[in-house]
Design a protein around this ligand. Structure first.
Ligand code: SRM
Ligand code: SF4
Length: 554
């Protein structure tokens, strides 16, 4: 393939010298708050994005000022597990080194800072490093943060599965020394060894790559939306292996039907010992067969659709030396998180706290950030960030439960009167920081949910959990295409409405109405809820009902 045909990012990666680019020079340039354009692609591999506040973009332009550049940094926290000591540092960094002051839990079990000024990126990364956290490969064309079911009830199985998430994450990490060199040591580390990326090669992957490990029956990580999935199979809480899935992804572009959300295909069952071999083989197959000309068609899902699942499976078997066994049948019963207390098999207690759209900050009457800080000061277990933007205070001894619960209640982190609808709702960041947002999501969904709650009460269905998700554009960061009702931003105040996910994360929904405003959304929902309340059969979920009633097709 000639370089001329390759996407611009391929050239940037090649020239970056294993992810260095000219970032160091850019950090020293005090004339601008920005980095060089090519470097802003390279920094993604180091975990951060250049952004600007879109609320004030026009105003700054009018004043002939450059946009107010700042950076969003995403940490890498496999399985979402961190210690209270780490949380104290995470909190302090948000206070001292970010303009937003917030900690934003993401849909991939980690957190982001928004509003870091260029001169503060190094102190932020060094601060995280001081408590053994990093942001390498949190973004970019590499394997990203690996998800693992939080599943605190089956504690020993969770521990095993979490360890696999960590091992996969470590195994597939880029090996470049650039991250340490630029951010930690601040100088080139002398080495006689020539630099190499044994798994990735110098141009890394054609596109981002995402991995999740799930423990059925709880599909809290929406495993089928990942490029690579491991579905844990266990007997008596002992892991016997994984069903492997490949080729999931949510992103699409409005008006371009050759881009689409896709659920992963089942490849087959493997033993635990084969996990890393298979993960690497799937990744390198994508490395070698993925489309490097068009980034819109570069994800593994398109590679698999082009090759065919059987040919893809054979290639993976040849590379890994592992033969897939038939898939072990599994059942999922739920997506999303179980909020509140559960007791684990190890006698420890775990409290899942609802964080609306993942934004941890002190709001009037809800001092979420202070509350978590106070909990971190006394908590002896760990924290687990969930793939649904919530957080678990995990591993609480029975005698400490009262104190944790009291702190959570004092700060309105627990014990209010949330509807099940709100508890299950999720929105992506969108405006004002996301450069790709076409409509509001995080700042608007809470209001839409309030309208929805009223409609649920009107139709007597307020006890029904309906999974509602919203994103500000079709990229799908809040996984709206596996929601029972998904809203996808098209333009300010306008959304596509999708319905018919199954509440388990194993069925895509269907486009129902296009480009509609709030008034039409509420009219349509009123009519749908009325029919659902009147015509559903016992126990039927909303997403299943709209299929059975023929409101959306198969
Ligand atoms: Fe995402 C790009 C936020 C999970 C699909 N995503 C972005 C960027 C970085 C915008 C950009 O490129 O400039 C967003 C930054 C917004 C901001 O200001 O913080 C962004 N994505 C997020 C987060 C923070 C949403 C959230 O509210 O939690 C999630 C961070 C996850 C993490 O910690 O790693 C996030 N993004 C997802 C998911 C869900 C998932 O992975 O489970 C998806 C859909 C699954 C998938 O990848 O197919 C997702 N994000 C995208 C895409 C579309 C990719 C594609 O294949 O087309 C983009 C745009 C792109 O890559 O070109 C994108
Ligand atoms: Fe931004 Fe779109 Fe992702 Fe929302 S879905 S965070 S608007 S890229």
């Amino acid at each position: 393939m000639s370089e001329k045909k390759l996407s611009a990012n391929e050239g940037i990666k090649t020239r970056s010298n294993f992810l260095r680019g000219t970032i160091t020079d850019g950090l020293e340039n005090e004339i601008t708050g920005a980095l060089a354009a090519d470097d802003t692609q390279v920094t993604k591999f180091h975990g951060f994005y250049q952004q600007d506040d879109r609320d004030i973009r026009a105003e700054r332009k009018e004043q002939k000022l450059e946009p107010l550049h700042s950076f969003m940094l995403r940490a890498r926290v496999p399985g979402g597990v961190c210690t209270p000591a780490q949380w104290l540092t995470i909190n302090n960094i948000a206070d001292e080194l970010t303009m937003s002051g917030s900690i934003r839990l993401t849909t991939r079990q980690t957190f982001q800072y928004h509003g870091i000024l260029k001169g503060d990126i190094r102190p932020v990364i060094q601060g995280l490093h001081s408590v053994l956290l990093d942001s390498i490969a949190a973004c970019g064309d590499v394997n990203r943060n690996v998800l693992a079911t939080t599943n605190p009830i089956e504690s020993s199985l969770h521990k095993d599965v979490y360890q696999w998430a960590v091992r996969i994450s470590e195994h597939l990490l880029p090996k470049t020394r650039a991250y340490h060199e630029i951010w930690i040591d601040n100088e080139k580390v002398a080495s006689s060894e020539p630099e190499d990326e044994p798994i990735y090669g110098p141009t890394y992957l054609p596109r981002k790559f995402k991995t999740a490990v799930v423990v059925p029956p709880h599909n809290d990580v929406d495993v089928y939306t990942n490029d690579l999935g491991f579905i844990a199979i266990a007997e008596n809480c002992v892991l016997t292996g994984f069903n492997v899935t490949a080729g999931g992804g949510m992103g699409a572009t409005h008006g371009e039907p050759d881009t689409y959300p896709r659920l992963a295909s089942d490849l087959g069952f493997i033993k635990p010992d084969d996990t890393l071999k298979v993960a690497e083989a799937i990744l390198t197959t994508q490395r070698d067969f993925g489309n490097r000309e068009s980034r819109k068609h570069a994800r593994l899902k398109y590679t698999i659709d082009r090759m065919g699942v059987d040919a893809f499976r054979k290639e993976v078997e040849a590379r890994s030396g592992v033969t897939f066994q038939p898939v072990v049948p599994v059942t999922f019963t739920q997506q999303g998180d179980r909020l509140g207390w559960v007791a684990g098999e190890d006698g420890k207690h775990h409290l899942t706290l609802f964080i609306e759209n993942g934004r941890i900050l002190d709001f009037p009457g809800r001092s979420l950030k202070t509350g978590l800080l106070e909990i971190a000061k006394v908590h002896k277990g760990d924290f687990r960030m969930t793939a649904n933007q919530n957080i678990i205070v995990a591993g609480v001894a029975p005698e400490d439960r009262k104190q944790i619960e009291q702190l959570a209640r004092e700060h309105n982190l627990y014990g209010g009167t949330l509807s099940v609808l709100r508890e299950n709702a999720m929105a992506c960041v969108a405006l004002p920081t996301c450069a790709l947002a076409m409509a509001e999501a995080e700042r608007y969904l809470p209001d839409l949910i309030t309208h929805y709650e009223a409609l649920q009460v009107k139709h007597g269905i307020e006890k029904d959990a309906i999974v509602v998700r919203m994103t500000g554009c079709p990229n799908g960061c809040g996984r709206p295409y596996v929601a029972e009702i998904g809203f996808v931003g098209k333009a300010p105040g306008r959304y596509n409405m999708h319905i018919g996910g199954n509440g388990l994360g194993t069925r895509l929904n269907t486009l129902y109405k296009e480009n509609i405003t709030e008034a039409t959304i509420l009219e349509e929902t009123d009519a749908l809820f009325a029919r659902y309340a009147a015509e559903r059969v016992a126990g039927e979920r909303f997403g299943d009902f709209v299929h059975r009633a023929g409101i959306v097709g198969a």
